[in-house]
Write a protein that binds this ligand. Structure first.
Ligand code: NAI
Ligand code: MG
Length: 491
């Protein structure tokens, strides 16, 4: 049996090496040489007069110049959003608002290929993921919240839910378009208007979305999309006429935002970092579990706040799991994100690659055992080999801090209580995974693990109907599902 598995693996490796390149065509992606700010339904030059480059992290080539909004630009966008809220959007019958959101959803579907290609070019994630996961989820999110728009009194029976006003939304680079959808769709469905800022390394799909919004005839000012880095984000957070801040990103910036809004009546939701535990029991379907672990940490280069970055394996199956895991890592294809066979694409930025290398070096210095894929890496661009550490101590920085890269920290356990204690021993509490054949064990763990989302016998599955969010330093508030409506309403 073991021998057969081994033979299989070496055959797989052989096939992997011989895959012919299968690059996705770039022809569907129209990227302008320069993008301005989308304010009040029009693209406008920034009053800062400044632009910055966004590059393709897989090739280090420049894709476009993007406007760098200053505080005056932010103010203009907030004013447009306020006027649109007061004069049009808050007064429009909900079923009319829903029609616009449905229209946006359909237009995203129609241009799905273009969105997927641009997402991959600008951010480095494999085309297979942007095509099969990100963009379909984006359209589904708009469809889902369009459906709620005229049913809010059923969502919150016996209350009269009221929109908040202008929402300032700041999003990260790991799921650029999906995070824009998570923020914009529920805000519009609940009657709010929006000023959204994408991350500085991945602004292009949000700007493409601005084009769609313009074509959809959504009333001007209902959605404003402005670009820039941290200073632009801070100007949104500090603007006095914003009623709600929704942020996804680092715990560090999340804390800054919390401090900045303290004492104001701005509502806030924060979706921050994570250090999820993926737990494999001896009675788990081991092959599926190994696939789930691979998906949990190497999916999207580990740029996932709910990445299964800590693995706990029950001692009795440790050897088997490690053998299968290493065999599987050896077959992962790392490289050109535009290739349809690629499993692990480019790290989003040079800075993020440096952070990941810093942590790999910390792990080595701590004396942990390291295993990494032996694949060749492209000469240009930012790439990192899928890596794992074993013999990891609870106190190890590799096990405590968010790395946000394809680096897995592995520990063992004997009993349920032991693994619950170890898994909860982290400042974060976003997600977790449990692999076992026993339903009772799943219930026991899901009630005791301090995590907002827990997957059982699967991992990294998303759906617009289910709420997502964390405990402790992973933030507060929920996005998605019915809960996601509440975040944009006074009920
Ligand atoms: P970041 O938190 O700085 O960036 C996220 C967004 O916040 C971007 O749009 C950025 O322009 C904006 N921003 C930055 N400073 C701001 C400020 N003072 N006020 C308002 N907005 C601000 O994250 P960064 O530096 O890109 O990544 C650092 C680490 O954060 C990563 O290594 C990872 O561990 C974590 N991270 C977590 C994410 C998540 O999904 N929870 C997403 C991105 C990063
Ligand atoms: Mg880029």
């Amino acid at each position: 049996m073991a021998k057969a598995a081994k033979n299989n693996t070496s055959k797989l490796k052989f096939d992997t090496i011989n895959y012919a390149p299968a690059p996705e065509s770039k022809s569907s992606a129209k990227i302008e040489a320069q993008y301005d700010l989308f304010i009040n339904g029009k693209f406008e030059k920034p009053s800062s007069k400044k632009y910055f480059d966004t590059i393709n992290p897989a090739t280090e080539e420049k894709l476009s110049s993007v406007a760098d909004a200053n505080a005056a630009d932010v103010d203009k966008a907030v004013k447009a959003a306020r006027t649109a809220y007061d004069k049009v959007w808050s007064k429009m019958p909900a079923k009319e608002r829903a029609k616009y959101i449905y229209r946006i959803a359909r237009m995203i579907q129609e241009r799905a290929r273009e969105f997927a290609v641009i997402e991959t070019l600008d951010g480095g994630k494999p085309i297979r993921e942007s095509r099969d996961i990100d963009v379909p989820l984006v359209a589904n999110h708009f469809f889902y919240y369009a459906g709620w728009a005229d049913k809010l009194e059923y969502a919150f029976p016996n209350r009269s839910p009221k929109s908040l006003g202008v929402a300032g939304q700041i999003i990260p680079w790991n799921f650029p378009l999906l995070m824009a959808a998570w923020k914009i769709a529920p805000a519009l469905a609940t009657g709010n208007t929006v000023v959204l800022k994408p991350a500085e390394t991945t602004p292009l799909t949000a700007l493409k979305l601005a084009e769609i919004i313009q074509e959809s005839d959504l009333p001007p000012g209902v959605v404003n999309i402005i670009t820039g880095a941290g200073a632009t984000g801070a100007a949104i957070v500090n603007h006095p006429d914003i009623n709600k801040i929704a942020f996804t990103g680092s715990t560090e910036v999340g804390k800054l935002i919390q401090r900045a809004v303290a004492g104001t009546d701005k509502k806030v939701t924060l979706e921050l970092g994570g250090k999820a535990a993926n737990i494999i029991f001896e009675d788990a379907p081991i092959d599926q579990a190994v696939e789930g672990i691979i998906n949990g940490i190497y999916f999207n280069q580990g740029h996932v706040c709910c990445a299964g970055s800590r693995l706990f394996v029950q001692e009795s199956v440790y050897k088997e799991v490690m053998r299968k895991l290493k065999d599987r890592i050896a077959t992962l294809i790392v490289g050109d994100p535009m290739d349809k066979n690629t499993d692990v694409g480019a790290i989003n930025s040079k800075q993020q690659l440096e952070t990941i290398h810093k942590y790999i070096n910390i792990g080595k210095k701590e004396g942990l055992e390291i295993f990494e894929s032996s694949c060749a890496l492209p000469k240009k661009g930012f790439f990192c080999r899928p890596t794992l550490f074993t013999n990891v101590a609870q106190s190890s920085r590799i096990a405590q801090e968010e790395i946000f890269g394809p680096v897995l920290a592995i520990q063992t356990f004997r009993t349920d209580d032991e693994v619950i204690e170890k898994a909860n021993n982290t400042p974060f509490g976003l997600s977790a995974g449990v692999w076992t054949d026993k339903g009772s064990k799943i219930f026991n763990l899901t009630t005791k693990l301090r995590a907002g989302v827990i997957w059982a016998n699967t991992y990294n599955k998303f759906d617009p109907t289910s709420p997502f969010g964390g405990y402790k330093e992973s933030g507060f508030g929920r996005e998605g599902g019915l809960h996601g409506l509440g975040a944009y309403l006074n009920v």
